[in-house]
Design a protein around this ligand. Structure first.
Ligand SMILES: [Zn+2]
Length: 88
């Protein structure tokens, strides 16, 4: 398992983003990474590393598409926007 957050050479945090669906990668498999939104796989070198400050706070995790990302556990990929949990 590989870390999905890293520091670049300037010491800034970067987050692994799926190149296929643009969601956050929760874990990076080897040798291939699976995109749960599309069912496709891609190489680890294709992971997009985006500065944490540039990633919108509402960006969800790719893997949430298989475990259900709201209280009704909708397993359809991208069936709804993730607006829950943000407002306390
Ligand atoms: Zn994806």
């Amino acid at each position: 398992m590989f870390n999905t957050e890293r520091k670049n050479e300037k010491g800034e945090s970067e987050i692994a983003i799926c190149p296929l669906c643009g969601l956050r990668v929760e874990f990076i498999g080897a040798p291939m990474v699976r995109c749960y939104s599309t069912g496709e796989t891609y190489e680890r070198t294709n992971v997009r590393w985006i500065k944490k400050s540039k990633v919108p706070i509402e960006t969800g995790y790719d893997v949430e598409n298989i475990r259900g990302n709201d209280s009704v556990h909708d397993f359809l990929p991208n069936a709804h926007k993730q607006v829950d949990e943000i407002e306390a």
